[in-house]
Design a protein around this ligand. Structure first.
Ligand code: 4AD
Length: 461
């Protein structure tokens, strides 16, 4: 008999039909001549209750002593349950123990601290919280593809290994085939001309530059893949390896970009509410009371717009004393972003037109010569969730900007050439999948919304 997933079983009306299921034991409660086995198979946050009676041949020898964490295959009848909190249960005719678990299985209690669970990242997917997070990640990844595919955006696979630093910030992990102790040297420096690719290469910080090349041929594209930043940020919002989705549109301006970002986020919020209901109810109950209501109101509301200059004025007027100074020309810190979105606007906010010095070289210079056509989408509770811009499409201005940032224009020759032949206004943005999952679930630490987090000092598994 085929195994049926617990999510499907719980949706069926119980009429004594024969079923087979498999999963991991979450709890066992014993009565005089039977035991209740709560089983979860990862298809849903909900467990199914199995009644294992003393008449089963392996009851006394095995089932009555089963340890939490054991894996089981069960055959039996799906019947209406008399118990509270569940409409059906399985009356077992056979329970096979596939893999036992002794009392040292670390996830015995109902609640463990997230710090403790991070130390056992190989087992934490078996907790309610991590499994709900991982299902949400999976469903949102689907929703991201769905959103762009419905709008005729083409999915582009941009390279992971690259010779260019997209953000020009120098926060990259080097990739080399050299043995570090025996790398050939020339003039005292490692000679990458002799390395695998014949030049210094890194793990990508963003797929944008390659994405632009494809957008300037296919019109509308998106990339969605892992990105890497060797940034020594030990915060609850930074990872060294995270997943980013980056749409790029030809024939588009900053205003089109902001409109797309807004539609995109609303689509994802609605999707989570409609398609991830059980997991959202779990987050709402155990992680972030109010998560559902917040998403519902965001899914229905429009996003406010503010220029950077207006944002600075609002921060100055706030009368708040911030840890970091508020001054035109300085980047907004997380505390500023959160004030703006949580208290000033009280809704998601798109801040545009940042000073040229604090944003990446590829952003289009405004006519004022001082600001660039950048946008950050700020969300309550988290701060920046999306960063994007209209791209500089004039070859001479872009070359000057690269000099300003002391970038080697020879390395970016191909990127400049996109502006020589058939250049057009174009724009795009990047959304970090983990920041999105954090925002939707209310999980506090970004390390708890990715199965195996990589942060400074941590890359086990
Ligand atoms: O603002 P960022 O650095 O923008 C770019 O990388 C552009 N190339 C995107 C583009 O225009 N195509 O990063 C974009 C988003 C941030 O808003 C944030 O959601 C996420 O990526 N992000 C991080 N997420 C987790 N850990 C980090 N260290 C992150 N850095 C950025």
């Amino acid at each position: 008999m085929q195994r049926t997933r617990i999510r499907i079983l719980l949706g069926e009306s119980p009429q004594g039909q024969k079923v087979r299921l498999a999963g991991w034991l979450r709890t066992r409660r014993d009565a005089r001549d039977f035991s209740f086995l709560e089983i979860n198979d990862g298809s849903t946050i909900k467990n199914i209750q199995v009644i294992a009676s003393a008449e089963l041949s392996n009851y006394e020898s095995t089932l009555r002593h089963l340890g939490v964490g054991a894996s089981l295959a069960v055959e039996g009848e799906l019947a209406a349950s008399a118990g509270k909190g569940q409409s059906s249960e399985v009356r077992a005719s056979r329970v096979e123990v596939l893999g036992g678990a002794d009392s040292e299985f670390p996830i015995q209690k109902k609640r463990h601290s997230f710090e403790f669970l991070r130390e056992i990242a190989h087992l934490r997917p078996r907790t309610n919280t991590l499994s709900a997070v991982l299902r949400l990640r999976s469903r949102l990844s689907f929703a991201i593809h769905d959103f762009f595919q419905q709008r005729d955006f083409h999915y582009i696979h941009t390279p992971i290994i690259t010779g260019n630093d997209c953000e020009g910030a120098g926060q990259m992990f080097r990739v080399t085939a050299f043995d570090p102790d025996q790398a050939p040297r020339r003039d005292g420096k490692i000679d990458y001309a002799q390395d695998f690719f014949g030049l210094p290469v890194h793990l990508t910080v963003s797929g944008q530059l390659a994405g632009e090349a494809c957008a300037l041929a296919l019109g509308d594209i998106y990339t969605f893949g892992p990105t890497f930043r060797a940034e020594n940020s030990n915060t609850s919002r930074h990872l060294a390896e995270f997943w980013m989705v980056e749409p790029e549109m030809a024939f588009a301006t900053l205003e089109d970009d902001a409109a797309l970002a807004e539609d995109f986020l609303r689509h994802l919020f609605r999707f989570a509410l409609e398609q991830c209901r059980d997991d959202m109810e779990f987050f709402n109950k155990w992680i972030d009371p109010g998560a559902i209501q917040r998403l519902e109101s965001l899914a229905a509301s429009s996003f406010a717009r503010l220029t950077y200059t207006e944002a600075i004025a609002a921060l100055k007027k706030s009368g708040r004393s911030f840890e970091f100074p508020v001054e035109w020309g300085r980047d907004l810190q997380s505390e500023h972003e959160r004030y703006l979105t949580e208290e000033y606007a009280r809704q998601p906010l798109i801040v545009v037109d940042y000073p040229r010095e604090i944003k990446a070289f590829y952003m289009k210079l405004n006519d004022d010569g001082k600001t660039v056509r950048a946008m950050d989408v700020l969300a309550p509770g988290i701060g920046e969730i999306i960063g994007g811009s209209e791209r500089e499409d004039r070859v001479d201005v872009l070359t000057d900007r690269m000099h300003e940032f002391q970038l080697n224009t020879a390395e970016y020759r191909w990127y400049l050439e996109l502006r020589r032949w058939g250049s057009t206004p174009h724009a795009g943005f990047g959304l970090g999948l983990e920041r999105l999952v954090q925002f939707i679930s209310g999980m506090e630490n970004i390390r708890d919304v990715i199965p195996f987090p990589r942060t400074p000092g941590h890359a086990r598994y």
